[in-house]
Design a protein around this ligand. Structure first.
Ligand SMILES: [Zn+2]
Length: 268
């Protein structure tokens, strides 16, 4: 494995809101072979834009890019880089002792690291995002299923040197494990409303009017006709798509036609 080009899709599959920072695919060194995850906090009170700028431009202590992922206080994720970044030293302790940046995915979450409460929406998003990374299914369709002993807090990784994050890493790993345990329940065979993974909500401008398209690639496999649905009513589309989150992104009519054509191919 080299670049972690799967990051946005994997996070979205967990129902999380994910933004892709332009250039993320080529950012960071390609000598990257992720083996574990380091949980960080930014130790600041900057705006989202300023936090991202630091990750892109580096700080006084770390050259850019600093980390692959940024998690805002809103619970939204930004993918900053797909390659090796500069968020940690070689670990002296903890689950990832002996590992350095070439083997570690870094997640920088916005928090002042001085007792600022973690908003519930952000903490739960952190847990779900890390669980999704642990649960990632690779291109060969083999289930990777990292256990939570691939997760370390920066304060555990560099004790005496770092104090982030402020929450209990033991509790965090337990919360991730609980999500992973829930995820092991089989996907219901009846298509529809119970469990959706990899669901997208696209907005298409058609004759100047928005059309909301819900795309469900996983249902295409059992019933191609269920793979997508279009709505002229935003609330109706979101009522369906919010079952497991969505990406509210624009597609051109041509791009959408190409995606629909893929379903027809699958049906044939
Ligand atoms: Zn850190």
């Amino acid at each position: 494995m080299a670049r972690a080009l799967w990051l946005p899709a994997v996070l979205r599959s967990a129902g999380l809101t994910v933004h892709e920072q332009p250039g993320w695919r080529d950012r960071g060194s390609s000598s990257f072979d992720p083996y574990g995850i380091i949980v960080h906090a930014t130790a600041g009170r900057l705006s989202i834009e300023s936090d991202i700028r630091v990750l892109l431009q580096g700080s006084t202590t770390a050259p850019p890019p600093i980390a692959q992922l940024f998690l805002a206080r809103t619970g939204e994720w930004w993918v900053i880089a797909s390659g090796r970044c500069n968020h940690a030293r070689t670990g002296r302790a903890g689950n990832m002792a002996g590992f350095g940046n070439s083997g570690l995915i870094g997640i920088e979450a916005a928090n002042d690291n001085r007792g600022e409460p973690w908003p519930d929406v952000q903490y739960r998003s952190y847990v779900r995002g890390v669980a999704a990374i642990c649960d990632y299914v690779d291109a060969g369709a083999s289930k990777r299923r990292w256990s939570t002993n691939r997760i370390s807090g920066h304060k555990e990784h560099q004790p005496g040197e770092k104090t982030d994050p402020t929450f209990s890493m033991g509790q965090f790993r337990a919360d991730v494990a609980a999500v992973l345990a829930g995820d092991s329940t089989p996907i219901p065979s009846t298509p529809g409303r119970k469990r959706h993974t990899m669901e997208y909500l696209w907005v298409i401008l058609r004759s100047g009017k928005p059309v909301w398209a819900v795309e469900r690639p996983h249902l295409r496999l059992s019933d191609p006709a269920m793979g997508w649905e279009e709505f002229t009513d935003e609330g109706q589309a979101k009522g369906i798509a919010t079952l497991n989150g969505y990406s509210n992104q624009f597609l051109t009519e041509t791009q959408w036609a190409a995606r629909k054509a893929a379903y027809q191919t699958a049906a044939a």
